[in-house]
Ligand binder design. Structure first.
Ligand code: NAD
Ligand code: MN
Length: 498
């Protein structure tokens, strides 16, 4: 079947879709052992999509035991890298072959526009699996520079059982940023998707088996953070825990590790990224396009959202006017319409969060320039207008806390030093943007910013070849690129006397 081209065609495909809400343990779909389920509700129109298995400690124990057993047996962990590569590439091929179904599941489950689900989430997920697979038979170990009568070997080995806990904003993409390097290096994985968006993780488990991944190597446990998530965090036989989600839960996972087996914990957490525009920016129209997209894309549910726009005072009015114009392109629409570029918020609770922050902006004296309202309520779904506040101080709540919605705070500055000071005045350090025609100013600012990613004269660049992650309370370790492989391997030094 070819890719649907209209909302009606996507709706037709959705109506005929069989949605599986089961867990996946040791190569088989199954109910949670307790028999418990929870409702998976679409934020597009409030429809019930599926009953999803609500896993807990018992399921975590079973999945980890199976993951451990197959790791010890070596079906995957001891397979030659070139063979694992072939399975990973088949897995990527299958993700691509099923891209329409997977993109549709993602959109129905979390409300993002179907065009983005296809072109960003599915394309990126398949690329992460393929790239990691292709890399794994090209990585060499090391020999130490020793005296003539000894050999020092420095080798990398798979860590064992990896638990991956992922969020709802890019459900499949975040899962595949972990699965790519975790599986390619020979580990067994227990994946816990967010309770707000479990459907694609569940579906791809069968595709992994079809690609040739041995049973037990990939397990998927849908369920809540305080049940199955906590069970994995505290598990004595999970070697490494990788996480993408909020800073609050990231800190909790470090505590779990300390309370249990000191499992390695790698965290991709929140952000409050400064998007800095100097008054010599080459093209303000281009800046306005990027600034609008940086806060409205994916309904603002992006960890790297350019949520603090730092504008040099002399160009503030001109730039805000251009951004307000750009925002007309980002009004919420039906997520299954291929022309929609801003969809539904993930659920009612998240909508309430966003509206709460909008009220706090008004209460603390920021100036509402546009947006601010819930819209399309008669659809039964949850939608909010992209919103711009000007006259924001960096001390206001909307400038300090991650909103995870389409709410932009415009803050003015004078000169490079003030821009850097405000940019760094945050607990986060994930990403930053800098616009200027002055190459020295660009480099000086980029160097001074305490963040894992800096984009110059654009926003949100990079691909699988560049590491992704943050400084400070945005996390530790990196996803993507060969640096991601470091999280999934232990280093062994073997010293031989000749
Ligand atoms: P969240 O922290 O609430 O949940 C993330 C995951 O953790 C979910 O699967 C959830 O069920 C699980 N969880 C919750 N409580 C748990 C517990 N006590 N023990 C174990 N697991 C638990 O985050 P979210 O709302 O799903 O996602 C939004 C957050 O994710 C934002 O803060 C955003 O910035 C962040 N994020 C970061 C990146 C990045 O790469 N830095 C990327 C995307 C999203
Ligand atoms: Mn959902």
């Amino acid at each position: 079947m070819s890719t649907p081209q209209s909302r009606e065609q996507w709706q037709q495909m959705a109506d005929g879709l069989a949605i599986n809400g089961q867990a996946f343990i040791n190569g088989e779909y199954c109910a949670a052992q307790s028999g418990e389920t929870f409702d998976c509700i679409s934020p597009i129109d409030g429809r019930l999509l599926a009953q999803v298995a609500s896993c807990d400690l018992a399921d975590a124990n079973l999945a980890v035991a199976n993951a451990r057993a197959v790791f010890e047996a070596g079906d995957w962990s001891k397979m030659a890298p070139v063979k694992r590569k072939q399975v990973m590439i088949r897995f990527a091929d299958l993700l691509e072959a099923h891209k329409d179904e997977l993109a549709l599941l993602e959109t129905l489950d979390m409300g993002k526009p179907i065009g983005d689900a296809l072109s960003v989430d599915l394309a990126g997920a398949a690329r992460a699996i393929r790239w990691s697979g292709e890399a794994v038979d090209k990585i060499y170990d090391e020999i130490a520079p020793t005296a003539h009568d000894e050999i020092g070997m420095i080798t990398r080995e798979a860590v064992g059982v990896v638990a991956a806990i992922v969020p709802w904003n890019f459900p499949l993409l975040m899962a595949c940023w972990k699965l790519g390097p975790a599986l390619a290096t020979g580990n067994s994985v227990v994946l816990k998707p967010s309770e707000k968006s479990p459907l694609t993780a569940i579906r791809i488990a069968a595709l992994a088996i079809e690609a040739g991944l041995p049973k037990g190597v990939l397990n998927v446990l849908p369920g809540f953070g305080h049940t199955v998530g906590k069970a994995l965090g505290l598990h004595m036989d999970v070697d490494t825990l990788v996480f993408t989600g909020s800073t609050k839960i990231a800190k909790q996972l470090m505590i779990y590790a300390g309370e249990s087996n000191m499992k390695r914990v790698w965290l991709e957490a929140g952000g409050k990224s400064p998007h800095i525009v100097f008054n010599d920016a080459p093209d303000l129209k281009q800046v306005a396009k990027a600034a609008a997209s940086a806060i409205a894309y994916n309904q603002g549910e992006v960890c790297t959202a350019g949520s603090r726009l730092l504008v040099e005072a002399s160009i503030k009015d001109e730039l805000i006017e251009l951004i307000v114009k750009e925002m007309q392109q980002w009004q919420p629409g039906h997520p299954l319409d291929p022309n929609t570029n801003c969809g539904a918020v993930v659920d009612k609770q998240q909508l309430d969060n966003v509206l709460h922050y909008i009220r706090s902006g008004l209460d603390e004296g920021a100036c509402l320039v546009c947006g601010g309202q819930q819209v399309l309520a008669d659809s039964g779904g949850v939608y909010v207008q992209p919103t711009i506040f000007s006259d924001v101080s960096n001390q206001m709540t909307i400038a300090r806390e991650e909103i995870f919605g389409p709410v932009l705070s415009v803050i003015t500055f004078d000169g490079m030093d003030e821009a850097i000071a405000i940019g760094n005045d945050t607990i986060y350090g994930l990403a930053a943007g800098v616009w200027t025609a002055d190459i020295s100013k660009a480099h000086k600012t980029a160097r001074a910013l305490r963040s894992g990613m800096v984009w110059i004269n654009h926003y949100d660049g990079g691909d699988m070849t560049a590491p992704f992650g943050g400084y400070k309370q945005s996390g530790n370790g990196r996803d993507k690129s060969l640096h991601a492989f470091e999280k999934y391997t232990e280093i062994k030094a073997t010293w031989i006397a000749l």
